[in-house]
Design a protein around this ligand. Structure first.
Ligand code: COA
Length: 144
């Protein structure tokens, strides 16, 4: 099931899945402390196995209220079981209540098809994020 969690609770999975085991302090996003954002966790019983963070942030192609998705990660032994999709579906329902119209993200090229299956569209050429790898900007229009 999906629950709201604190930014702090996301750090171990960010480290393991997205930052190659780097220290938790290196996995904090500057936006974590800003108002308007929220963090979701996917739990199997009491085990946190998936995370996603959402921050109120404009995108030039999003003409309306937009949230940036960051730190999307599912524990390696639970990937491919539909939990990532469930996190995004929960966020979509939540964001519609706030009148948000868009979710956008810098998607790893390796995860591009995941986002495309959920309705995101590629809106940039491929670009490199240092120490992480190739990415695309992707944008999802929420049907309100
Ligand atoms: C990418 C990630 C978040 C997807 O979560 P997940 O729980 O594994 O994905 P789901 O099982 O919900 O998949 C939903 C759909 O996307 C597809 N999919 C999932 N990951 C995919 C990938 N990397 N490439 C292509 N398709 C993918 C699934 O096959 C499924 O398709 P279907 O609905 O047609 O069956 C997860 O695999 C992960 O944490 N990967 C490593 C970290 C990462 O890349 N995070 C994203 C950073 S931008």
């Amino acid at each position: 099931m999906v629950r709201f969690i604190s930014a702090e609770k996301t750090l171990p999975l960010r480290s393991e899945v997205l930052r190659e085991g780097r220290p938790l302090s290196a996995c904090v996003f500057p936006q974590d402390i800003e108002k308007g954002g929220f963090h979701l966790g996917y739990f199997i019983e009491e085990e946190l196995i998936g995370i996603a963070s959402f921050f109120l942030k404009a995108h030039p192609l999003a003409k309306g209220i937009a949230y940036q998705l960051r730190g999307m990660a599912i524990a390696p032994n639970h990937q491919g079981n539909g939990f990532g999709k469930k996190l995004i579906d929960f966020a979509k329902t939540q964001l519609k209540v706030t009148n948000a119209q868009f979710i956008w993200c810098n998607a790893r090229t390796s995860a591009k098809s995941f986002y495309e299956r959920l309705g995101f569209e590629v809106v940039s050429p491929e670009f490199l994020i240092e120490d992480v790898g190739p990415h695309y900007e992707m944008l999802l229009t929420l049907d309100n």
